[in-house]
Design a protein around this ligand. Structure first.
Ligand SMILES: [Zn+2]
Length: 224
């Protein structure tokens, strides 16, 4: 009878040893250590803008990193060249919203789809490519709309880390980089939320620091 319990005891002891080992590693070095493959998606919402998006594209080009831009369709007028540049430099352009007006977008699943379609059309008209990724304005869970978006062929992308450019008022580049590292700790893949709309000059300044820091920690940069 007792022999039956031996495998269970061995399993229990092995688990204990594994947990103890993991615990020791976490204690020794707090951030970055226990995610197996280190991957990060840099994502930029609410653009395009003239100055900030251009500055971000310069950095991405210099560092040879590809990112994902969730654009607002209404902000493309007059900045068609910026959108074209994002596309031509090999980044992914996703649908965020045509208007970014929550009241309209979230009034019904139909309204949201209409808004997404309008944004997708704006993107396709300029790049010639139909976007395949979508991010909800303001985030959150919207089951009915999610179903519709998936049926329309979109991959829905949220985020699990932030640089704090919307959360921390007046944050400078160092603060944004610190916040990105802090909120990414132990995660992989990291999906980092940033903004390239006009007020976010500090985000553009933080980007080289963020890339340097994550690269030094062994992260690979991915786009959708
Ligand atoms: Zn947004």
């Amino acid at each position: 009878m007792q022999r039956r319990y031996i495998p269970a005891v061995v399993l229990f002891v092995t688990l204990l040893l594994l947990l103890a080992g993991l615990g020791a590693r976490i204690t020794a070095v707090p951030a970055f250590t226990y995610a197996a493959a280190k991957e990060i998606y840099l994502t930029f919402d609410d653009g395009p803008s003239t100055v900030v998006t251009g500055h971000i594209l310069d950095t991405l080009k210099r560092e040879n990193v590809k990112a994902t831009f969730f654009v607002v369709g209404d902000r493309v007028a007059g900045r068609e060249e910026v959108l074209k540049r994002i596309f031509e430099e090999g980044h992914t352009i996703g649908v965020h919203s045509q208007t970014h007006r929550y009241g309209e977008i979230y009034s019904s699943a139909d309204a949201l789809m209409k808004d997404a379609d309008a944004c997708a059309e704006t993107i396709e008209k300029i790049t010639g490519v139909k976007p395949h990724v979508y991010r909800f304005p303001g985030g959150g869970e919207h089951p009915k709309s999610e179903k519709r978006l998936r049926e329309a062929g979109y991959r829905i992308v949220g985020w699990n880390a932030v640089c704090g450019d919307e959360e921390i008022r007046g944050a400078d580049a160092e603060t944004l980089c610190r916040e990105a590292v802090k909120t990414s700790a132990g995660k992989s893949p990291v999906v980092l939320l940033m903004h390239d709309s006009a007020p976010h000059k500090a985000t553009a300044e933080a980007l080289p620091l963020i890339i340097e820091r994550f690269r030094a920690e062994g992260y690979t940069f991915l786009s959708y």
